[in-house]
Design a protein around this ligand. Structure first.
Ligand code: HEC
Length: 163
């Protein structure tokens, strides 16, 4: 038994070293980039299964506009404090002060990025803000906010009501 102990110990040590390298532990070897590339896979899979969210809560979504900071950049007349003009107005009206009137996001989302549905386009706008630049606006201004899947559904449910 005792003669095998050093071997077992060596096995544990090399396993630990491998785990360290696989976690990108500064080795700079081939293992680190592989681990980095593999990481986004679960996120992509989750996004695919929630491409068309259903069952969001309109009232919760309205509250999230303020609590998640959307109100700082977007105007929505029915949401107190939502007077931002960094991003497009989300209810009906000029998307920027001085521009022509447009329908609300619940309507215009249908024509933004066919064949995406209104719900799919709004969800993409929240999850991947730079996937599409709204005319008159630039990419890179809207941050990816840390909203949960359930919160995205609630936001989409509320924004769809803005016709
Ligand atoms: C720092 C400012 C900022 C914040 C905060 C922000 N946005 Fe935006 N948003 C923008 C800008 C700028 C655009 C237009 C450029 C683009 O499409 O990336 C935009 C675009 C959008 C669009 C597409 C509008 C259209 O007419 O097609 C939606 C929907 C949207 N934002 C929803 C949200 C929601 C929901 C939140 C909060 C979770 C949020 N935004 C937070 C700046 C912001």
């Amino acid at each position: 038994m005792s003669s095998r102990a050093p071997l077992v110990l060596a096995g544990i040590l090399s396993a630990a070293a491998l785990a360290f390298a696989a976690c990108g532990g500064g080795g700079g070897g081939a293992a680190a980039p592989t681990a980095t590339r593999a990481a986004p896979a679960p996120t992509a899979a989750r996004a695919a299964t929630t491409a068309a969210p259903a069952g969001g809560d309109v009232a919760r979504g309205k509250a999230l506009i303020v609590s998640q900071g959307c109100a700082a950049c977007h105007t929505i007349a029915s949401v107190p404090g939502a007077v931002g003009a960094v991003g497009p107005r989300l209810d009906a009206g000029p998307i920027l002060p001085g521009k022509a009137n447009e329908p609300g996001i619940g309507t215009r989302a249908a024509t933004r990025k066919p064949p995406l549905t209104e719900a799919q386009y709004i969800e993409e706008s929240i999850r991947e803000p730079d996937a599409f630049a709204v005319p008159d606006f630039q990419k890179g201004l809207m941050p990816k906010l840390p909203v949960s899947d359930a919160q995205v559904k609630d936001l989409v449910a509320f924004l769809l009501t803005l016709k």
